[in-house]
Design a protein around this ligand. Structure first.
Ligand code: PGA
Length: 269
C-alpha cells in the first residue's frame, strides 16, 4: 500500500522525491448510507493512479466500514475525528486502534469545527496526532486563523503556535507520516476562498515552522494542503502555487463529478 511504502523510505531518498498531491474530501455530517455507497461506486474506478495523486474520502464514522470494504485500488478512506486513547470508558468515542482495525488509512485531526463546537484544543490535537501515527494512520492536522486574526495581521504567529503545539514531542520520523491542512476559518463553507497567494504565503510560513522543528530535509517532505471553499473553479489556481500540496475539501467533495474534477486537477501538479 502506498502509505506503507512511504513510511519505509530512507530520508536521503525521501529528500529527492516530489511531494505527491493529496485531495481529501471531508463529507462532514452529510449523506445517507445510500448516498455514500452511490458515491463510492461512481468514483472508485475513475480516480487517478494513487502513485500520482492520493484521493481520500473522510466520511462520517458510520459509513467507514462500508466504504473501506468497497474502496478500489486508488481510493483511500479516512475518518473525521478519533479519540487519543486506544481504549477506555469514553462513551460515544472511536479510537485510532479501532479505525485501523477496519482498514481506515487517514484521520482528520483538529478541524476548526471540532475546535469550535467540540472542545478540541491544541493539546488534544497533539495527543491525537501521536495516537494516529502510532497506529499507522495518517493524520491530516488542521490549523487556521479566524477572520479577526487575519485582519489583525497575526495569522503567521497564531498558526505557528498551533503547529508547535500539535507537533510537541513528535519525532521527525513521525512528523514525516503526517499531513497538515491550512484552513482559514473565514474561508470554510463561506464561499470565500483565500487567494492562492494568501494560502501559499501562510503555507510557506507553516513549512518554516516545521523546518525550525525538524530541519529542511523533513519540512520539504511534509505535505501541506489548503482548505476552505475549494471548488472546481478555483482548484487549478490554488494547486499551481509552489507550496500547496493539495486540498481538504468540504462542500465540493460531496458530488462525485466535482470530486473527480478536483483529483484530476491535482494530476497537473
Ligand atoms: P469547505 O470545507 O470546502 O466546504 O469550505 C472545507 C473543510 O472544512 O475542510
Amino acid at each position: 500500500m502506498l502509505k506503507k511504502q512511504s513510511k519505509t523510505y530512507p530520508l536521503f531518498w525521501v529528500k529527492s522525491m516530489k511531494r505527491r498531491p493529496i485531495i481529501a474530501g471531508n463529507w462532514k455530517m452529510y449523506k445517507t448510507k445510500d448516498d455514500a455507497l452511490a458515491f463510492i461506486y461512481a468514483v472508485n474506478v475513475e480516480v487517478p493512479d494513487k502513485e500520482k495523486v492520493e484521493s481520500v474520502i473522510c466520511s462520517p464514522a458510520i459509513f467507514l466500514r462500508d466504504l473501506v470494504k468497497r474502496e478500489g485500488e486508488n481510493l483511500r478512506i479516512g475518518a473525521q475525528n478519533m479519540h487519543y486513547a486506544d481504549e477506555g470508558a469514553y462513551t460515544g468515542e472511536i479510537s485510532a486502534l479501532m479505525l485501523k482495525s477496519y482498514g481506515v488509512d487517514y484521520v482528520v485531526v483538529g478541524h476548526s469545527e471540532r475546535r469550535a463546537y467540540f472542545n478540541e484544543t491544541d493539546e488534544t490535537v497533539n495527543l491525537k496526532l501521536i495516537a494516529a501515527v502510532n497506529q499507522d494512520l495518517t493524520p491530516i492536522v488542521c490549523v487556521g486563523e479566524s477572520l479577526e486574526i487575519r485582519e489583525a495581521g497575526t495569522t503567521d504567529k497564531v498558526v505557528k503556535k498551533q503547529i508547535e503545539k500539535a507537533y510537541l514531542n513528535v519525532t521527525s520520523e513521525n512528523a514525516l507520516k503526517t499531513v497538515v491542512a491550512y484552513e482559514p476559518i473565514w474561508a470554510i463553507g463561506t464561499g470565500v476562498t483565500a487567494t492562492p497567494e494568501q494560502a501559499n504565503d501562510t503555507i510557506i510560513a507553516i513549512r518554516k515552522v516545521l523546518e525550525k522543528l525538524y530541519g529542511k530535509e523533513v519540512s520539504e517532505q511534509i505535505r501541506i494542503l489548503y482548505g476552505g471553499s475549494v471548488n472546481v473553479k478555483n482548484v487549478d489556481s490554488l494547486l499551481a502555487m509552489s507550496d500547496i500540496d493539495g486540498a481538504l475539501v468540504g462542500g465540493a467533495s460531496l458530488d462525485p463529478n466535482s470530486f473527480l474534477t478536483l483529483v484530476r486537477a491535482a494530476l497537473k501538479k
